[in-house]
Design a binder for this molecule. Sequence first.
Ligand code: COA
Length: 158
Amino acid sequence: MPGVPVQIRLARDDDRLPLALLFAAVAEERDGIATEPPVDVEARAASWTLDGTFVAVAGAEIVGSLHLKRSRHGFGEVGMAVGREWRGRGVGSALLAAAIEWARERGLHKLSLGVFAHNEAAIGLYRKFGFIEEGRRVKHYRRASGELWDSIEMGLLL
Ligand SMILES: CC(C)(COP(=O)(O)OP(=O)(O)OC[C@H]1O[C@@H](n2cnc3c(N)ncnc32)[C@H](O)[C@@H]1OP(=O)(O)O)[C@@H](O)C(=O)NCCC(=O)NCCS
């Protein structure tokens, strides 16, 4: 329930199912993340890469997650989502702050990500942390509706 304090920690094995359920719920919105329904929740849970995954926990509930995929070339790619009813309360900021600190500690020189061009909340969050827009991929993502959506590439030098 919004109002409960939120804590950020690295993900562990028993987070797999809640992580996949949150991902599936955000996919249902067909708006912020690239994946659209149907999501095979069990397969997603089993294949989730825990290394580099942060969870935001309120009480016993996972209300947000961020995955930082480390490349072999010094940069890390960020993907994240916060449960709908928890948005606008600083959860995304707390996740991103933790990930930036973790990346710096591990010597990464840069974080990068792609975001749908209409996703003002996400772009606002990334700008707040100093990410800059590096380019636009035009009509890059074909959606289930047939629409072709642009994405913005953003980067943060650490
Ligand atoms: C993008 C997302 C992770 C942001 O998480 P959040 O917990 O709502 O973010 P915060 O509450 O920490 O907000 C941080 C900043 O984001 C921006 N922001 C958040 N919601 C916003 C909105 N609705 N409109 C414009 N800017 C917004 C603001 O700059 C805000 O800073 P402020 O509170 O100082 O004004 C969340 O909206 C989400 O999960 N969306 C669906 C999935 C998604 O789009 N993931 C990202 C894919 S690239």
